[in-house]
Design a protein around this ligand. Structure first.
Ligand code: DAH
Length: 335
């Protein structure tokens, strides 16, 4: 009898230890602690033991039963506090915690859109170096040393002859030098000028474009740029070509669109003119053609350059260019 009780105790302890869910615990209870369970039926045998042994064995049986009951209660509490078992209360079909998605920067988005519009018109995309030589940035574009146009560029110099490009126009010279017409290219990229206020940042993004072939005229330039502007903004947006000057184009023009803030009636942003300038353009100057070895009597071409931040500002109604580069997620996540 004593051995039997000790064996039951060991068996019960081992069984409890292995239990991991409520159903198994209930099975345990019935098997060991129930009215017809193993402990009860063993205790019923007490009546058959000798009178001398009965008190001692009875006491032992009670202690063992109490011990097992306590262990059972402990296990029950553990299972309840852990949610009643490992598997049954975990809903594996619930979605996980979502992480915030990253997005393309608004300037990148608009740049991609600009490139897509020109690619749709058959322009190829080329990229060039941010660190440029004085030759490609200025000389090859008909801006010799001491030319007053250099003053407009607020250049960051690396050395006497190396600088951070102030515009993407050097790509005209780089590409024309290495290829024969017909050519149709756009060159997007970062440019740098020592300038900072609500309409200028020291680094900004431009897209240069040019086309060279036989008999290219100003009408071709007007057609391509009008299509571009109407695709970027809206089909019926008024625009105008206004005479201007650039050393690398002749004739030169600046293109204005009807002010997107006031609709053309005049406001603070368009300085009451009703027009906003969005790009520079012109027919490629014969001097630039000669410098890359083209015969200006045989070939002609047009070129244009635009600022991507500016186009994005007009598209989204943003009035301070510096917002793009302050990395404030409340601003950036709107696009
Ligand atoms: N490179 C000029 C600038 O940064 C923009 C420009 C004007 C480019 C006229 C052109 C052009 O190709 O024809 O201000």
């Amino acid at each position: 009898m004593e051995n039997e009780l000790q064996r039951l105790k060991a068996e019960a302890e081992e069984a409890l230890h292995a239990i991991g869910d409520k159903a198994a615990l209930e099975e345990f209870r019935v098997k060991f602690l129930g009215r017809k369970g193993l402990l009860s039926s063993t205790m019923k045998q007490l009546g058959k033991v000798s009178k001398e042994d009965r008190p001692r064995l009875g006491k032992l049986a009670n202690t063992i039963k109490k011990g097992v009951e306590e262990l059972f209660q402990d296990k029950k509490e553990v299972l309840e506090s852990s949610g009643g078992g490992i598997v049954e209360d975990v809903d594996l079909s619930l979605p996980g915690r979502s992480l915030p998605f990253g997005k393309l920067h608004p300037v990148t988005q608009v740049m991609d859109e600009i490139c897509a519009v020109f690619e749709g018109m058959g322009f190829a995309v080329a990229e060039g170096p941010d660190v440029e030589t004085d030759h490609y940035n200025f000389e090859a574009l008909n801006i010799p040393k001491h030319h007053p146009a250099r003053d407009m560029h607020d250049t960051f110099y690396v050395s006497d002859s190396i600088l951070l490009r102030t515009h993407t126009s050097p790509m005209q010279a780089r590409i024309m030098e290495n290829q024969e017409p017909p050519l149709r290219y756009i060159a997007p990229g970062k440019v740098y000028r020592c300038d900072s206020d609500i309409t200028h940042t020291p680094m900004f993004v431009q897209v240069e474009g040019f086309l060279v072939d036989r008999k290219v005229s100003f009408a071709d330039l007007k057609g391509v740029l009008s299509s571009f502007i109407h695709r970027m903004f809206r089909d019926d947006l008024p625009l105008r070509f206004r005479p201007s000057f650039f050393p690398f184009t002749e004739p030169s023009a600046e293109v204005d669109i009807a002010c997107v803030f006031c609709g053309g009636s005049g406001c603070r942003i368009c300085k009451r003119t009703g027009w906003i300038e969005i790009l520079g353009a012109g027919l490629i100057d014969p001097e630039v053609m000669k410098m890359v070895g083209y015969d200006p009597d045989e070939f002609s071409g047009f070129a244009f350059g635009l600022g991507v931040e500016r186009i994005a500002m007009l598209k989204y109604g943003i009035d301070d260019i510096r917002l793009y580069y302050e990395n404030d997620l409340r601003f950036l996540s709107q696009f």
